[in-house]
Design a protein around this ligand. Sequence first.
Ligand code: ATP
Length: 199
Amino acid sequence: MRLTKLEVHGFKAFADHLEFVFEKGVTAIVGPNGSGKSNVSDAVRWVLGEQRARAMRGAKMEDVIFHGSSARKQVNMAEVSLHFDNTEGELPIPFKEVVITRRLLRSGESEYLLNRAPCRLRDIQDLVRGTGLGADSGVVIESKMIDSLLSDRPDERRELFEEAAGVGLYRDRRRSAERRLEETTTDLARLDDLINEVQ
Ligand code: ATP
């Protein structure tokens, strides 16, 4: 599986539709300070489902939408698409090319698409996390993650390795199953109380 292309439109400093084509062998993006290198890595993390505005270096998620410049008006929608070559089938979906898209409107509405068809964030997370590509997996390493790696708290370090190894998906599913189990146990207890009351 190879990242072949990144499309951005209205995302951060990229007001117009722009394509970054990653030919084989491209390993770095270089440019002067403030030219938008970090905005490219932000776009990758965002489309993979990043939910924390601060991880996008903003106060609220709408801050990722191009907010205008001296030469241009602001726009009302940010859209990012990531293209993967999936000829080896590493992403568990029967397509040779996989395109993941995320959109956000200034009104707050947001949408995820998989090969241009609307889907849930959960679908994207489930698709990519088994490959170690999830938003928290270490695909993009920010300085805070380096702090976690150097942390003397073993649970913090363990979470990073779990995400990178693709185990995080199962940990989260287990947590949500445990939560549902707890809710069901509470419901059952309430039901017992009700039965006792009417008997
Ligand atoms: P450095 O090398 O200094 O870290 P960089 O090349 O990584 O810089 P970025 O931090 O990616 O650059 O880009 C910063 C630029 O993006 C700034 O000029 C900032 O004003 C612009 N920018 C960020 N968010 C938005 C937005 N929502 N609308 C318009 N411009 C934005």
